[in-house]
Design a protein around this ligand. Structure first.
Ligand code: 3PG
Length: 305
């Protein structure tokens, strides 16, 4: 049994050791392909793998075509928009994610970005505090719930919207449920975007929502760049010089935004919300266990296809 870990953005070494221990304990072999620069390396490495563990690496039809023995792909993380589920199913390959395993790390970064924006990107000028500010969380999933928990510690007034989460779950967490996305944006001085990229959410946040936010609003995106309508964002930032946009992953129009709106936009060079030793260990080891559980016992509890 061969388990391939293919990560263009590698896990922390301590997490790789944990993954290795899980795989070898089950009598399987671990193959590592880290920081690959060419897709051909992935296609070659996957050829005889029984299981594949990835992060945001693109797993598309060419990978499934090349992987003759592949039975399972585990995305060590939450969002699986990088995996072609149809192609996986067509090839009889199970796809799983590891929900919740890296969500605290992403939530901590979201709060870090809020502080950074509120303190004017640490430029030495007088900023504002988060305490008492209204925070709107767009989607109350694993990351959203962690954002709410940490934000409550900051003394923020937290509300959330999520069509898939019952209102009483939010209320139990001390969060005010809001009926729809427009209401969330209108009322929130800070919005934390924590939605997955799906056909419904892609380019769903644009000019109207952003410009509906209160004065001096901060928009924090630790989800996916695809959920933003970048042309609308650009116009919103131009029309509203009080708004700031913080994103964990560079938008396609990053250069233009940085040039036009200095001090009001910030982007991480590479998605780093889940880039902590703890998140890597949690998600990596969960992924390894899920691969083994499926290969050995057919358990597919976290299957998404
Ligand atoms: C996720 O969906 O789990 C996060 O976006 C983290 O992605 P990463 O593993 O590529 O950092």
């Amino acid at each position: 049994m061969k388990v391939l870990v293919a990560t263009e953005k590698p896990f922390a070494p301590v997490a790789v050791e944990g993954i290795r221990a899980e795989v070898e304990k089950a009598g399987a072999e671990l193959v590592l392909l880290e920081k690959y620069t060419d897709r051909s390396q992935l296609l070659e490495a996957v050829a005889d793998a029984d299981a594949l563990i990835v992060r945001s690496d693109k797993v598309t039809a060419d990978v499934f075509d090349a992987a003759r023995n592949l039975k399972i792909v585990v995305r060590a993380g939450a969002g699986y928009d990088n995996i072609d589920l149809q192609a996986a199913t067509a090839h009889g390959v199970v796809v799983e994610n590891t929900p919740g395993q890296n969500s605290n790390a992403v939530a901590e970064l979201a709060l870090g970005m809020m502080v950074m924006a509120a303190r004017n990107m640490y430029d030495g000028t007088s900023g504002t505090e988060l305490k008492g500010k209204r925070l709107g969380i767009q989607a109350f999933g694993q990351v959203g719930r962690n954002v709410a928990r940490i934000a409550s510690g900051f003394g923020m007034e937290v509300s959330a919207v999520d069509p898939f989460c019952p209102a009483d779950v939010m209320v139990a967490a001390g969060v005010r449920p809001v009926k729809d996305v427009p209401e969330l944006y209108i009322n929130s001085e800070v919005v934390s975007i924590n939605i997955p990229a799906t056909p419904e959410t892609v380019r769903s946040i644009g000019y109207d929502l952003i410009t509906s936010m209160p004065k001096k609003a901060i928009l924090v995106n630790t989800a996916r760049k695809e959920v933003i309508d970048e042309e609308g964002l650009m116009r919103a930032l131009a029309d509203r010089s009080d708004i700031k946009y913080m994103s964990d992953i560079r938008p396609d129009c990053a250069e233009e935004l940085l040039e036009k709106f200095p001090g009001r936009v910030f982007f991480t060079p590479k998605k780093m919300g889940a880039q902590t030793a703890e998140a890597n260990i949690n998600a990596g080891i969960a992924a390894a266990r899920q691969c083994i559980a499926f290969l050995r016992d057919g358990i597919d509890r976290f299957r998404v296809n």
